[in-house]
Write a protein of this length. Structure first.
Length: 275
């Protein structure tokens, strides 16, 4: 078996022809049968441990005698080189996909733990802040990238597993069916995490709403306490000659009345547990 690596897509033209090369350049992911003699695969690789890295295109051509890998991603090239000992082009491709996703389950579990810790932090903090919102948005974007990544891998590998031209043996087809099921499980895990972070966001928003309602209730209680005093001020602020003006105890009476109203309204709201 001959293995060749390159970083230029045009180097594939002698193997696949110019028409297929144009189709490759026009599509984000592809799994194309080369007239029953081999397969051309293309997808964008993403390191789920380093989601901030830019994804890189990976194009693979294989037949029974050779494997040609085109990518600018050095990690993918190193991963492919580890599979060359298989001695068989189809087995080499199978081992590549297995190695590519070997640690993904553990990484997704760490992702779930990260979301759980975030949920505990958001629901126990006393005040909302912009940083928490930015963290939630960042996680949602990362999960969206993972979703697209596993979707394209699932499409490519499921086409290999279907093998409409019978290029693979039954045993080889079973191997790719196993890889296809693995991709489905990984995609389901990502969808579960997306649903989880959505629930966390909704719970966080509910907590913010509760805090805002508590603030509004406090303002309402304060307004309700001082509303009778405002009425008294308005009443005695009228430019009229009232009998109380001539009473020696008129001023202390108004002070005492105001104090009694404050105490009664305070006790009433305390009894109702409004604050």
């Amino acid at each position: 078996m001959k293995y060749t690596a390159s970083s230029v897509l045009e180097d594939l033209q002698p193997y696949i022809g110019s028409d297929v090369l144009k189709r490759l350049l026009a599509n984000r992911h592809i799994c194309y049968d080369i007239e029953g003699h081999g397969y051309l695969l293309s997808f964008y690789a993403l390191s789920i441990r380093q989601l901030q890295r830019k994804e890189q295109r990976v194009a693979i051509y294989l037949d029974r005698e050779s494997v040609f890998c085109v990518t600018k991603d050095e990690q993918i090239q190193q991963l492919f080189s580890l599979c060359t000992e298989s001695g068989d082009s189809v087995r080499m491709l199978f081992e590549f996909f297995m190695r590519l996703t070997a640690e993904d389950v553990d990484t997704l579990e760490q992702f779930e733990e990260r979301i759980t810790n975030l949920e505990d932090h958001l629901l126990t903090e006393h005040h909302s802040n912009e940083e928490s919102s930015r963290v939630i948005i960042s996680i949602r974007r990362e999960l969206l990238r993972l979703k697209r990544y596993y979707e394209q891998l699932g499409i490519v590998i499921s086409n290999l597993a279907d093998d409409e031209t019978a290029f693979f043996t039954d045993e080889e087809q079973k191997r790719f069916l196993a890889v296809s099921r693995r991709m489905d499980r990984l995609l389901e895990s990502v969808l579960h995490l997306r649903e989880y972070i959505t629930q966390v966001r909704e719970a966080y928003q509910a907590q913010i709403d509760i805090d805002q309602n508590n603030i509004m209730r406090l303002f309402t209680v304060i307004t309700a306490i001082f509303l009778p005093l405002t009425l008294i001020v308005g009443w005695y602020g009228m430019n009229l000659q009232m009998p109380e003006y001539a009473w020696p105890f008129g001023y202390p009476f108004v002070i005492a009345l105001s104090a009694v109203i404050l105490i009664l309204t305070f006790l009433l709201f305390k009894l109702k547990k409004w604050f």
